[in-house]
Each structure stands twice: as structure tokens, then as C-alpha cells.
Design a protein around this ligand. Structure first.
Ligand SMILES: Cc1cc2nc3c(=O)[nH]c(=O)nc-3n(C[C@H](O)[C@H](O)[C@H](O)COP(=O)(O)O)c2cc1C
Length: 206
């Protein structure tokens, strides 16, 4: 699988409105998260509860089960790479939900292909068209999951999905969404609307 990546560092992501991370990522789609276990192995977990929390600075929230190796690796080692997978890799996304003892890597078992990240130790996955490299900034108990705020230092996007028009950029992103029990779907219908007249008179935030 060869792809050309558009690399975007912290200064790039935070300088101009149209280059913000929000325009290169989907809302609430399953991500694949790599972390490093205490024995040095690479852990991969699937997390649909992935959401952008801040653009400047870029922060992504992961809602992670207290049972998951990903949470413990984040607490111990701090670093991770959050990636959005190509739809063709859907089987691997589902298989990344496998429960393995901590320190046993999903990489070989599931068949992920890794490549070095630019700013952190956990690798990128070549199965992903978007990768965000970062560190655990904070965590918050939230019931049955722990919300983890990940501060993002660096993003890379498959260059074939870049559009200079930031309003159109997200339309092309090949996001894969999840329901339950191995059922995934893609969104492919673009609707363009104008604000209603009463909204235009008061102003619009989106
Ligand atoms: C598509 C998909 C989405 C998932 N989303 C989440 C999630 O948002 N939060 C979570 O804690 N677990 C989620 N899981 C389950 C974890 O992937 C699973 O617990 C896995 O064992 C975690 O890996 P780890 O223990 O290596 O960190 C999801 C699983 C799949 C297949």
C-alpha cells in the first residue's frame, strides 16, 4: 500500500483557520490507536469514541475502557498515534478489538503494517489515511470509560484527500463509521444548505 502524505506540524495546524485539524478529520468515526507497552511492544486498539475537542491547540479526546491496554500504556508511556483507517481495512479495524494480555501485540496477529512516526515512539499504521501524533495531556473518569485528552503535535493526511478549499475537504474523507457487532458503514451523500433568513440575521457559528 503506497500513499503520499501531507505532513502538518503544530505551527501549520494552528496558524490559519482553514488549516485547522478539524477540516482533515471526520466526526466520531472509529480510530486505530497505537501505544507502547512496558515490554516495548506496539499495542493497537480500535476506538470509535474519538472526538476533536480543541483546534488551537489541537486536542483529541479518546473515551477508553479502564480495562484496555491502551489506557494503561497511555498512563505509563504518554505517547500515541491516532489514525483513521481506509475502508478497505475494515476487517483489521474489527479484529483490533481482540482482547489480548498486555504486552502481546496486535500488529503481527492482525497483520498491521507500521511505519515510523515523526514526533513520537508509537508507529503510524499504513492502514490509516489520517494519523495524529500526540501525548496524554489529561484524563477524566466519566463512568464506564475514561476520557483521555490527547494533545496533538503533528498530523499527516493522505495527500490524495487534500482539497485547497477547506469547506469541501471533509466531504472527500473516506471515513468508516460503526454501529455494533462488526457492522460498519460509509457516508457518501453531500448536502449543501444555506442558513435560513432568521439565522443569517443573527449570525451563524458553524
Ligand atoms: C469498531 C470498534 C470500536 C470500538 N470503540 C471503542 C471505544 O470507543 N472505546 C473503548 O474503550 N473500546 C472500544 N472498542 C473495544 C476496544 O477496541 C477493545 O476493548 C480492545 O481490546 C482495546 O484494545 P487494547 O486492550 O489493546 O487497548 C471498540 C472496538 C471496535 C471493534
Amino acid at each position: 500500500m503506497t500513499r503520499s502524505l501531507r505532513e502538518m506540524d503544530y505551527d501549520y495546524l494552528t496558524s490559519k483557520r482553514e488549516d485547522r485539524i478539524v477540516y482533515s478529520m471526520p466526526g466520531h468515526a472509529p480510530s486505530l490507536v497505537t501505544t507502547i507497552a512496558p515490554n516495548g511492544t506496539v499495542n493497537v486498539g480500535a476506538f470509535e469514541q474519538t472526538m476533536l475537542c480543541s483546534n488551537v491547540p489541537p486536542v483529541i479526546i479518546l473515551a477508553v475502557s479502564p480495562k484496555s491496554d491502551t489506557l494503561h500504556n497511555l498512563r505509563d508511556h504518554r505517547e500515541c498515534v491516532i489514525g483513521y483507517p481506509y475502508p478497505a481495512s475494515v476487517q483489521k479495524v474489527y479484529d483490533a478489538g481482540v482482547r489480548l494480555p498486555r504486552g502481546i501485540s496486535e500488529v503481527e496477529l492482525v497483520g498491521f503494517n507500521t511505519e515510523p512516526a515523526v514526533t513520537v515512539e508509537p508507529p503510524r499504521l499504513r492502514e490509516c489515511w489520517f494519523v495524529a501524533e500526540g501525548q496524554l495531556l489529561w484524563e477524566q473518569d466519566s463512568g464506564d470509560h475514561v476520557a483521555c485528552g490527547i494533545s496533538v503535535n503533528h498530523v499527516a493526511l493522505d495527500a490524495s484527500f487534500w482539497d485547497d478549499d477547506y469547506k469541501n475537504r471533509r466531504v472527500k474523507l473516506p471515513a468508516l463509521y460503526y454501529t455494533v457487532g462488526g457492522n460498519f458503514f460509509e457516508v457518501g451523500d453531500h448536502k449543501k444548505v444555506q442558513a435560513s433568513s432568521f439565522v443569517r440575521n443573527t449570525g451563524h457559528a458553524g
